[in-house]
Design a protein around this ligand. Structure first.
Ligand SMILES: Nc1nc2c(ncn2[C@@H]2O[C@H](COP(=O)(O)OP(=O)(O)OP(=O)(O)O)[C@@H](O)[C@H]2O)c(=O)[nH]1
Ligand SMILES: [Mg+2]
Length: 407
């Protein structure tokens, strides 16, 4: 497709040759600026990999405002997640203290209905639930459950952040802050597709490429259909940003057949489907290994070898190293794990594509600088790929991991 021909031609005229030298005096743009249209970045990953967080973070970093509709749907999503967390707590309380619920049912039979089923408690997120939630919240037994919430494994980690402000968030006047938006789970319009345009703010080192517009399209893996057949709609993508949550190695999800499978292996499978998809043949990929902050915590508790793909992870860690500090010469366990996972994907990509290079970026989606760096890296990649013949001159980046550096 565009590879080799059209993509190349987009960047090949960086240094104008004689016939295309512009004359700024008569208002004609140099060819290499005129030619440059929109760089299309496709952001995709398995559920909960963080695509939504990265997408929204990018909006904030590049000052792309949220529309009123977006804000409204984010608000409703946050509220319905909150009710979900409360439902888990109510069920937990039921487990912890059977009688409490019976009493609560008697007292509030009209609101609570016959079970703690959420849809019955909170039939629509548009109603004013703050008073009810305040009541639930004040209850001693509920508070006792809340104190034991770490025992409720269904409750996602992020729930605390929202539950602490349950009454405020359930109010109709609630207006989500930027942090709320980043922390929220599952802010996805029903079709799973979101798109934004941005350009990088000018900085002194930046070249002409700054004039370039980028389009970031986030698509949900689930909306790509069986065998990712709808990927062909994104056939004009310039670079695929494939997002993986680094904490998925010990997570399991039930697929459509009710079979439980490791989420890292699910990500690997999706990656393979996209890389080998006929419309994506020859596309460039940037692997975003997200949630590095959480990996740093998790890997101290749960070995990476929990995932069968990572069975041979066996890093040499120096003994006199504190678990928190690390530097370039003395990488932490999490950094070892990141490198190892990056190389696993690089080798996979290499073998699937007949020897092509996978770019990799280490990201914590909650940190604006991280997302900015990853997206600036996409600009570099497009430039290198466009200038392919001279590639080796430019090829260096703190983000990149060499496939030969470890195994
Ligand atoms: N600590 C931490 N949490 C993250 C990071 N990235 C995402 N999250 C959280 O992980 C959860 C899932 O992220 P989402 O962005 O919703 O992931 P997604 O499922 O790919 O996106 P949607 O399905 O569109 O919502 C949210 O609660 C985020 O706040 C990260 O780098 N660090
Ligand atoms: Mg989500």
């Amino acid at each position: 497709m565009f590879q080799g021909s059209s993509l190349h031609s987009r960047f090949v005229n960086w240094v104008p040759s004689g016939e295309e030298v512009a004359n700024p005096a008569n208002g004609v743009l140099p060819n290499f600026l005129q030619q440059k249209t929109l760089n299309k970045l496709l952001l995709v990953g398995c559920d909960k990999s963080g695509t939504s967080t990265i997408f929204n973070q990018a909006k904030m970093v590049y000052n792309v405002p949220f529309s009123e509709d977006e804000r409204q749907s984010i608000k409703l999503q946050i509220q319905s997640s909150l009710y979900g967390y409360l439902g888990i707590l109510l069920e937990g309380r039921e487990r912890f203290e059977e009688e409490w619920l019976a009493e609560m049912r008697r007292k509030r039979s009209d609101e609570l209905g016959p079970s703690s089923n959420l849809d019955i408690i909170f039939p629509a997120s548009s109603r004013e639930y703050a008073p009810l939630i305040e009541d639930i919240w004040k209850d001693k037994a509920f508070q006792a459950t809340y104190d034991r919430r770490n025992e409720l494994h269904m409750l996602p980690r992020i729930a605390n952040y929202f539950l602490d402000r349950a009454v405020e968030i359930s109010s109709t006047d609630y207006d989500p802050s930027d942090t709320d938006i980043l922390y929220a789970e599952g802010i996805t319009p029903s079709n799973g597709l979101a798109s934004m345009e941005f350009s990088f703010p000018k900085s002194t080192q930046d070249s002409f490429m700054d004039a370039t517009r980028f389009q970031l399209i986030r698509v949900h893996a689930s909306s790509l259909g069986e065998n990712c057949k709808w990927l062909e709609m994104f056939e004009d993508t310039d670079l695929v940003l494939f997002c993986v949550s680094l904490t998925d190695y010990d997570q399991f999800s039930d697929n459509t057949n009710g079979v439980s499978s490791n989420k890292m292996l699910e990500s690997k499978k999706l990656f393979e489907s996209i890389v080998t998809h006929p419309s994506f043949h020859q596309k460039n990929f940037l692997l975003i290994l997200n949630k590095f902050d959480l990996l740093e915590e998790k890997i101290k508790q749960i070995p990476l070898t929990r995932c069968e793909w990572f069975r041979d992870f066996n890093p040499v860690i120096s003994h006199n190293q504190s678990s928190t500090s690390s530097n370039y010469n003395n990488p932490s366990l999490a950094q070892h794990a990141f490198n190892y996972i990056a190389v696993k994907f690089k080798k996979l990509f290499f073998s699937l594509t007949g020897g092509r290079r996978l770019y990799v970026s280490r990201v914590t989606g909650l940190e604006p600088d991280c997302v900015d760096e990853a997206l600036r890296y996409t600009r570099e990649i497009l430039k290198w790929e466009g200038e392919k013949p001279q590639l080796t001159l430019h090829e260096s980046s703190s983000c990149s991991v060499n496939a030969s550096s470890s195994s």
